[in-house]
Design a protein around this ligand. Sequence first.
Ligand code: ADP
Ligand code: MG
Length: 299
Amino acid sequence: ATPTAVMVATGKGASQGVLIKGGNALEKAHKVKTVVFDKTGTLTVGKPVVVNAVLFSSYSMEEFCAVSIATEANSEHPIAKSVVEHAKRLLKTFGSTEHVMEAKDFEVHTGAGVSGRVGEKMVLVGNKRLMRHNNVQVGPEVEKYVSEHENLARTCVLVAIDGKIAGSFAVTDPVKPEAARVISYLHSMNITSIMVTGDNWATAAAIAKEVGINKVYAETDPLGKADRIKELQMKGMAVAMVGDGINDSPALVAADVGMAIGAGTDVAIEAADIVLMKSNLEDVVTAIDLSRKTMSRIR
Ligand code: ADP
Ligand code: MG
């Protein structure tokens, strides 16, 4: 495209809240045949809410909540924020006077959860993978609880104290109201949609079904997300990636067109070629349309 055509299209995009960083992204977007979506915060609202809490041990609900708060309070993950909020509310309900403790040796296990020491207790908070890696047994009762909730598109946060599962929080994160509409519109444009997520297979599949995506890659770490993009490109496809998190940035860079959700993290916004300022998935279509129109005008 001519510099003038790029300038006009970039200006038009900006006025609609679609920030296009330079001509290259604009010129590539019209070729996109596959759009890969991150799940949490991209297809979903990204404001998870705890809908259930359960104990699997002899710890009291107060102890369980206090330990969970102490550990998750150090995490930036939206799931952690929902756990802290819910556990605090539960403590209030019990009229508990237990003061909130602080976790020592806090560690983040990307794509899996967090750990720390609360008083004398070793605490792990996260998914089954985190438990497996730390040799914590997940018994049949816990498995049953987890799969029941996962099939309802919920994510279960497991809490282990001193190497044993103490309890769990079931977290729900509703899909964005426009998600299904955008996916079906992309399909009508002959563009394939794929989901890639760090979350587990069952939850991912349930969300994918809800929005009409029929290909899913779950339990994928940040570099794995980028690898999936590269595999698709090797088949000769131009690929767009839509994401919001730090964990999406390698994939955003690898994609032919990286699109960041405006409400996402700065790292994702920097890694992307296009920023969707309104955080509305309809603007994935806006961006591709803008590119198609610009490119057809010059040829
Ligand atoms: P996504 O790709 O869906 O944005 P992440 O890669 O950030 O997800 O995390 C993957 C999974 O790891 C989460 O779905 C959750 O099960 C677990 N997890 C990560 N951080 C935490 C945390 N602070 N507390 C509880 N669970 C966590
Ligand atoms: Mg995300």
